[in-house]
Design a binder for this molecule. Structure first.
Ligand SMILES: O=C(O)CCC(=O)C(=O)O
Ligand SMILES: [Fe+2]
Length: 488
């Protein structure tokens, strides 16, 4: 897996690769053109030979010279022509293609790319028809439409992953079309229709499934298998496959789509008190929830700091991981951002931002265990952080020295064209990323217990890209900052 689906940097190199392939293909075309001339010569030569042969058959005089020419031609020229067709014409192209091969996306990369499309359609409830034409929530983004091959690859992926309900629209998109493209690329169109039928059948749409199988039969390939499937379906002897439903969290999609009501009974204010310095420069606070505490802070990071953070992080971006208490840091399909930790004093920007987190939250943000290093994160379309909790619980390896992650500060480093909200599904709160703002939230309650309602997720980016920076704050150093723990 080369992270082609989720990496902002790799998308650029993928573009390079495509340019390279196009260049290569034009070299190949030029080469073909040159060879075409040779082939045309060859054709003329063969035509001449055939003509001579015909004349000979019509009773022209027997001629040793002609005879020899014919024989020699068939003996030595012809195999050469064959060889020429097989090798020479394609050679340069083949060598290049081999060189490029290691850089081409793998099956894993391709599956992730399909997954991106499925996530977006699912979470945002998009119409496949509009989406495949580049029309997203009423805005036209690209003139490029998905072609038949794109749609059929997506249909197949949905079927394989058992997202039958979502796959149906992709099958529908290719249904009406007659199969020129599929034939050209050597696609087994009857097989695609068979999958479509099975997909319908799994959704309980038996009649439609049978109709599609009839169409597959009319193509006249692999009829034996299709007939067998038809019989089984008709008799109801085929067991429908079960729909994959993993990863759906109540209210997450609603929050991502911005369907929550705005919070009530809380008003914006200036914070003069959390840190003495704020008397000079108060913070603009937009409270969103009281317990657990959630609030947006506006204008808390400068443009120049944002640029510095992004610039430093860019070359180090790696696929984000999650802490699994038994396995350690592991990649996770629920967290598909790319990110890079910034050392405590890596740059002026990091130092300033760390200090600002202290002013904002009132917690100590010291070198060492009181917080994780600032993590700069990038999400490309489809990338998300599925709902999760930031605290670990008492089984965390460093629970005694570090405590747990009591609070999180998440800075938004850009405006996102569409998508990318931070959603608290249990509380009905959804924050739209706004450049320069940050959301602060507490993950534990006042008795130092994990707060389950602090569950939150970063919605998939729909259009554009999302840059953010996270600071997770730990409990152990906060004995003077955290409210007294009531004894049980
Ligand atoms: O990107 C987001 O909106 C959420 C990020 C998050 O949950 C985290 O970094 O812990
Ligand atoms: Fe989080």
């Amino acid at each position: 897996n080369k992270d082609y689906a989720y990496s902002i940097a790799q998308k650029v190199s993928l573009l390079d690769l495509k340019k390279y392939l196009v260049e290569d293909l034009s070299v190949y075309a030029r080469e073909l053109q040159q060879n075409l001339y040779a082939v045309e010569l060859g054709v003329t030569q063969i035509e001449k030979v055939v003509q001579q042969l015909e004349e000979h058959n019509k009773g022209g005089e027997f001629n040793a010279i002609r005879q020899f020419a014919l024989l020699r031609h068939l003996y030595s020229d012809w195999p050469q022509w064959l060889q020429f067709m097989r090798q020479k014409v394609a050679s340069a192209w083949q060598i290049h293609a081999q060189e490029i091969r290691p850089y081409l996306p793998t099956k894993d990369d391709f599956d992730e790319a399909c997954q991106v499309i499925y996530i977006l359609i699912d979470v945002y409830g998009l119409s496949v028809e509009d989406f495949s034409r580049g029309l997203i929530n009423g805005k036209q983004y690209t003139s490029k439409s998905f072609d038949l091959m794109d749609c059929s690859a997506l249909a197949r992926h949905g079927f394989e992953q058992r997202y039958f309900d979502l796959a149906e629209a992709w099958f529908e998109a290719i249904r009406a079309d007659n199969d020129e493209l599929h034939r050209v690329m050597g696609y087994d169109w009857a097989h695609v229709l068979q999958l479509y039928a099975r997909n319908l059948y799994n959704l309980g749409k038996k009649e439609l499934a049978l109709e599609v199988l009839q169409k597959a039969l009319s193509l006249g390939t692999d009829n034996h298998r299709i007939l067998r499937q038809l019989k089984l379906m008709e008799r109801g002897e085929l067991v429908p496959m079960e729909l994959e439903r993993e990863g759906q969290v109540v209210n997450y999609a609603e929050g991502c789509r911005g369907l929550f009501d705005p919070p009530k009974g809380l008003s914006c204010h200036y914070d003069f008190h959390t840190h003495p310095l704020l008397r000079l420069a108060p913070l603009k606070v937009e409270p969103l929830h009281r317990e657990p505490y959630i609030a947006m802070y506006h204008d808390v990071i400068y443009e120049s700091e944002i640029e510095e953070l992004k610039r430093d992080a860019m070359p180090d971006l790696k696929r984000s991981k999650v802490l699994d208490l038994s396995r350690g840091e592991v990649p996770d399909h629920g967290r598909t951002s790319m990110s890079a930790f910034q050392d405590y004093d890596q740059s002026k920007a990091v130092i300033a931002v760390n200090r600002r987190v202290m002013y904002m939250t009132g917690f100590e943000v010291l070198r060492g265990g009181s917080s994780d290093d600032l993590l700069v994160i990038n999400y490309v379309p489809g990338a998300q952080y599925m709902p999760h909790r930031d605290f670990f619980g008492p089984t965390y390896k460093h629970y005694i020295e570090r405590g747990d992650r009591i609070a999180t500060t998440l800075f938004y480093l850009n405006d996102v064209e569409q998508g990318g909200n931070t959603v608290f599904p249990d509380l009905g709160i959804s924050c739209t990323p706004k450049k320069g703002s940050a959301v602060v939230f507490h993950n534990m309650n006042s008795t130092y217990q994990g707060e389950m309602r602090s569950t939150h997720g970063g919605c998939p980016v729909l259009v554009g890209s999302k840059w953010a920076a996270t600071k997770w704050i730990y409990g152990a150093e906060q004995m003077f900052q955290w409210p007294c723990v009531k004894p049980k």
